[in-house]
Design a protein. Structure first.
Lengths: 401, 348
């Protein structure tokens, strides 16, 4: 026992040199103290800020899922939002009054916790469905097929108003209720005594925050274990050299299908949560911009590295919704304090609003040009990118890379 | 699952090569005719009217598709930003027109003297847009030429966003009017109205394509391009300046897209910062449909796609047209990745 205690400092020391361990620790600590810190720092904005963080979780989940497809298996997916849409609509249709208006004539109200699994299963099935015909396509052709799929899915939801409400969205989706053992008979209609306000309703984002932490934790655990399994090694083998992997006995067909399926499954979580939190789902939520945003998160964070993509997702989400959201306000306040005429100030803040797209594109391009391994890179990928490998040079000459 | 993949592989095998191509597209054509034949017989005039519309759209798509197919042919990059280069070309065109005093909604009384002015503006616009695209290639794509392919593709997506953002800042979120300089008249042949503007759009597209074909087939630079596309290293050993050839390809692609952008502005008169995204995707589908890397294929594919879109817009439901186009894209890519005229085999 004492030996084990003595080993702790050296273990900590070793881990502190491992960037992934540091990032994981920082993320866990940050996630745990965030709601409390926010209460102290900015009490009147606390609820919106906690809500913002839990919504960022939606993108964290998607980044983790897309990382399986793009980062681990090396299959570029430009239509990932489709699976998000499928997850969200699965929840929306099976937990609202929408189906009563449809030709089915029966409203379905399944509980959130069951639908989590159903949505994941549906998304995974769709992932396999898309994966199957594209399996033998080369990287960039695959990207285009997934792009097409990503464009088709929201349009189908939009064009079937009798089922999905079309552009008018599915309204009034059920909020999740806590399972009996948490909300149980001791409750007597009052809040839990230990955890106040643990209710999954729109006005109280702490419940959703905890729910999101749970979903992210489960996804990270699952995906991380998969990465270190036989399947994970097979993904990376296929990514590096498909022919060699096949020659080593890896069943590339199954492996790629599983990558698509599992990647899509994680976004089923995200979709389910999204529908429950927003309580309305419309086709406009799943545009190409969403797919690109998630891809951007994965590349910026560090393709193939789970803590990396989480950091990437958080950074991009923060940039998109906080910095770019506040930028017009900042510009106008700086402008007026500099004594610029009112018209110029308005124009400047308009410009700051409009620059959204440009900033996004610039982040993508500069990441690729200056730090293609990402913020928190996977070590293997970093080595490969900085030093290059013989096999890539050969592939380059052969024109088959 | 193995049976599905096996069946897929067999289907794809059966549909490869010349005979397979005839089979694949024959089945497609047959299905199309079966769907539409009763309606053609019911009202042939309407059918030919849609045909004219579809051909005109197709001619514009062709000008965009050529850029995709040429760039893919030479460096195997799906130049995602190409659709936005097309829009940019349209906007630059509007700018240059306003510089020579031709602004929207003001009738010009120059008559035939307008023709050389329009041609001059087009040439200037094509040069400017071409230079923009060459700069993009130099900054964003060239450093990544030896990087993993995904890196270049992601950069292209980023470039597309930057261009759209710049155009959004420049022109705002609304549709921008172009000076309508095409003559308004038209002729009616057997009940089918053919506008002069449609004839001119098609003529310009055809003329540019003929020029391009001549350039690629019969000039030294064109030969250099074909050599580079075929085998970059061998071309290098033959003393071809690879970088210059690739720049040239980007230049020509953008110049054609700019001509398309101007024509789009004249003909539809509603150009917006994100017009290029959807038109670009359709044009890319056309390039794949015709066999990516193949110039004639891209033109043919664009005409067919223009027709398909026009027919679905009028006989089917317009809301489903995009779904149809993307479904065709997926179907072609999965079952016959070499496309209509075929060139490169995209399987490993």
């Amino acid at each position: 026992m004492s030996a084990a205690v003595a080993a702790v400092p050296s273990w900590v020391q070793r881990q502190s040199r491992n960037p992934n361990a540091v990032v994981y620790t920082a993320l866990v600590v940050g996630a745990l103290i965030y709601p409390t810190v926010v209460q102290f720092v900015n009490p009147e904005q606390a609820n919106p800020l906690i809500g913002l963080a839990s919504d960022a979780g939606v993108y964290v989940l998607m980044a983790i899922g897309l990382n399986v497809v793009v980062g681990f298996a090396g299959l570029l997916d430009l239509g990932y939002a489709a699976f998000f849409a499928i997850g969200a609509y699965t929840y929306a249709l099976l937990a609202s009054g929408q189906l009563a208006l449809s030709p089915a004539h029966h409203a379905v109200h399944l509980p959130f916790w069951l639908l989590l699994f159903i949505a994941v299963a549906v998304a995974a099935a769709c992932g396999a469905l898309l994966g199957a015909p594209t399996l033998r396509l080369r990287g960039d052709y695959l990207a285009i097929v997934t792009l097409g799929f990503g464009e088709i899915v929201p349009r189908v939801f939009r064009n079937l108003p009798q089922w999905t409400g079309g552009v008018n969205a599915v309204p009034a989706i059920d909020a999740p209720s806590l399972p009996v053992w948490l909300d149980g008979p001791w409750d007597n209609g009052a809040d839990l005594q230990i955890v106040h306000d643990l209710k999954l309703t729109a006005g109280q984002p702490v419940g959703f925050y905890l729910l999101m932490m749970l979903l992210v934790f489960v996804s990270v655990l699952l995906v991380r274990n998969l990465q270190r399994s036989r399947l994970g090694r097979a993904w990376m083998a296929v990514r590096e050299d498909e022919v060699a992997a096949a020659a080593m006995g890896v069943n590339t067909v199954t492996i790629k299908l599983l990558a698509f399926s599992i990647g899509a499954a994680v976004s089923g979580f995200a979709g389910c949560y999204f529908g429950a939190k927003l309580s309305s789902v419309s086709p406009e939520n799943f545009t190409f911009l969403v797919s690109v945003t998630v891809l951007l998160m994965v590349t910026l964070g560090g393709m193939g590295n789970i803590p990396g993509v989480i950091v990437g997702a958080l950074v991009i989400y923060f940039v998109q919704y906080k910095i770019l959201g506040d930028l017009p306000g900042w510009t106008s306040s700086i402008g007026s304090s500099l004594g610029l005429p009112g018209k110029t100030v308005t124009r400047l803040s308009d410009l700051a609003t409009d620059l959204n797209f440009v900033v996004f594109g610039l982040i993508l391009v500069t990441t690729m040009l200056l730090r293609p391994q990402g913020l928190v890179p996977s070590r293997a990928r970093q080595e490969e990118l900085t030093k290059g490998t013989a096999s890539e040079a050969v592939a380059d000459v052969m024109g088959t890379a | 699952m193995a049976t599905v993949v096996g069946a897929l592989r067999q289907t794809r095998g059966a549909l490869s090569g010349h005979i397979g191509g005839w089979l694949f597209y024959g089945i497609g054509l047959l299905a199309f005719l079966l769907l539409i034949l009763p309606r053609i017989l019911h009202d042939p005039t309407f059918f030919f009217q849609i045909l004219v519309l579809g051909l005109t759209d197709g001619a514009i798509y062709a000008l965009i598709a050529l850029g995709y197919t040429m760039v893919y042919g030479i460096i195997e990059l799906i130049n995602f930003a190409h659709g936005d280069v097309f829009t940019l070309g349209g906007f630059i065109g509007i700018l240059v027109f306003s510089l020579v005093g031709l602004v929207p909604n003001r009738a010009s009384n120059l008559g035939l003297a307008l023709v050389p002015i329009i041609l001059g503006v087009m040439v200037v616009t094509m040069l400017l847009t071409g230079m923009v695209n060459v700069t993009i290639e130099r900054i964003a794509y060239r450093p990544l030429r030896h990087a993993p392919r995904l890196a270049a593709l992601i950069t292209a997506v980023g470039m597309s966003f930057i261009l759209e953002g710049i155009m959004f800042v420049w022109k705002g979120p609304n549709f921008v009017q172009s000076p309508s300089l095409l003559p308004a008249g038209g002729v009616v042949v057997a009940g089918v109205r053919i506008d002069a503007s449609q004839v001119i759009v098609v003529l310009v597209a055809v003329a540019l394509m003929v020029l391009l074909t001549y350039f690629v087939e019969f000039t030294r630079l064109g030969r250099a391009m074909r050599a580079t596309a075929q085998d970059r290293d061998a071309a290098l050993l033959m003393g071809i300046d690879i970088n210059r050839t690739i720049s040239l390809t980007f230049f020509i692609g953008a110049a054609l897209a700019a001509a398309g952008g101007i024509m789009y502005g004249f003909y539809f008169n509603n150009l917006r910062y994100d017009t290029g995204f959807s038109s670009g995707l359709t044009a890319f589908t056309a390039a794949v449909f015709g066999g990516i890397g193949n110039i004639q294929g891209a033109a043919l594919g664009a005409l067919i796609l223009g027709l398909i879109r026009a027919f679905n817009d009028s006989y089917g439901q317009a809301a489903w047209t995009d779904v149809l186009v993307f479904s065709i894209l997926i179907l072609v890519l999965t079952l016959r990745p070499t496309g209509l005229l075929g060139m490169r085999v995209p399987e490993k």
